[in-house]
Design a protein around this ligand. Structure first.
Ligand SMILES: [Zn+2]
Ligand SMILES: [Zn+2]
Length: 278
């Protein structure tokens, strides 16, 4: 397999906020020479339907992925996964794998308590409004939610975009990620998730959308995860089929620079390592 990761486990379709059908993504994966492709539709969150699958669409999504899996049998392996939010509802029993992600601070109707913040101004106002301007408390609230994922979800394999709270941080840096306090919070959370046997992802979704210049998580976090014996996989958090392998080469180089000797490949049951260094 060389130094390439021939799969993407983090992809969204028209059943949630993605732009393409299941089959369009499969055919692109075949074109790219992928050995397998995984789907990770956003799990249903009752407090907001803005980005996720409805209960009805969840059923349709599961049926469609299973149907296409049969159609492309022998050509490419198709895995049925989901990206489940801390506040998602529903059974996880049918899924081959689960990405656990935090997108929200609280689940409340009518009020948008999202950590997934798309502008630097909004990030600043959220820190001011929710935490009296204290960015450390903001970060603590985010990572506390992340640490709750493995206990709350019925099953979980991958930690989605581990430092999503930094999505709009780069311009004004209200969250000082070099501060000792911040780093301690992140390290404690990572330690806990590694103990739970979870795999982290290098996620280039915000880079493909032009919001960030580097993928999640930050380099020092990757180094720390590697030092603690944690594992990583590569994804593009694909919402548009043209981004199916977006930044894969760069992400693998980044992994290498941060000390990783291997990345993880999901085989339908478990993760197996692929060497990225000779
Ligand atoms: Zn997500
Ligand atoms: Zn996603």
């Amino acid at each position: 397999m060389g130094n390439k990761l021939l799969q993407n486990l983090h992809t969204h379709t028209i059943y949630c906020d993605g732009k393409n059908t299941v089959e369009e993504i499969i055919t692109q994966a075949i074109r790219l020479g992928f050995k397998s492709i995984g789907f990770s539709g956003h799990g249903y969150t009752p407090h907001t339907l803005a980005y996720c699958m409805t209960e009805e669409n969840t059923r349709k999504y599961i049926e469609e992925v299973k149907k296409q899996r049969e159609k492309y049998k022998g050509i490419i392996e198709v895995f049925l996964g989901t990206e489940f939010d801390l506040f998602s509802c529903g059974s996880l029993s049918e899924y081959d794998y689960v990405i656990g992600s935090v997108h929200y601070y609280k689940a409340m109707d009518g009020e948008n308590y999202a950590f997934d913040i798309k502008s630097p101004e909004k990030l600043q106002s959220r820190i001011n409004d929710w935490f009296d301007g204290d960015a450390i408390r903001f970060a603590k609230a985010y990572y506390d939610n992340v640490a709750r994922l493995p206990d709350k979800l019925e099953k979980m394999h991958i930690v989605g975009h581990f430092d999503l709270l930094l999505k709009s941080n780069d311009q004004f840096n209200p969250i000082d990620t070099s501060s000792k306090k911040y780093r301690l919070i992140v390290t404690d959370c990572a330690k806990y998730l590694i103990e739970k046997g979870l795999v982290f992802e290098i996620n280039s979704g915000a880079v493909s959308r032009g919001i960030k210049k580097i993928p999640y998580p930050e380099s020092w976090v990757l180094k720390m995860i590697n030092d603690l014996g944690g594992k990583i996989t590569i994804s593009s958090d694909c919402h548009l089929v043209k981004n199916l392998n977006f930044y894969f080469e760069e992400s693998i180089s980044l992994a290498r620079q941060c000390g990783f000797k291997e990345i993880q490949y999901f085989n339908g049951k478990e993760f197996e390592p692929i060497k990225i260094c000779d």
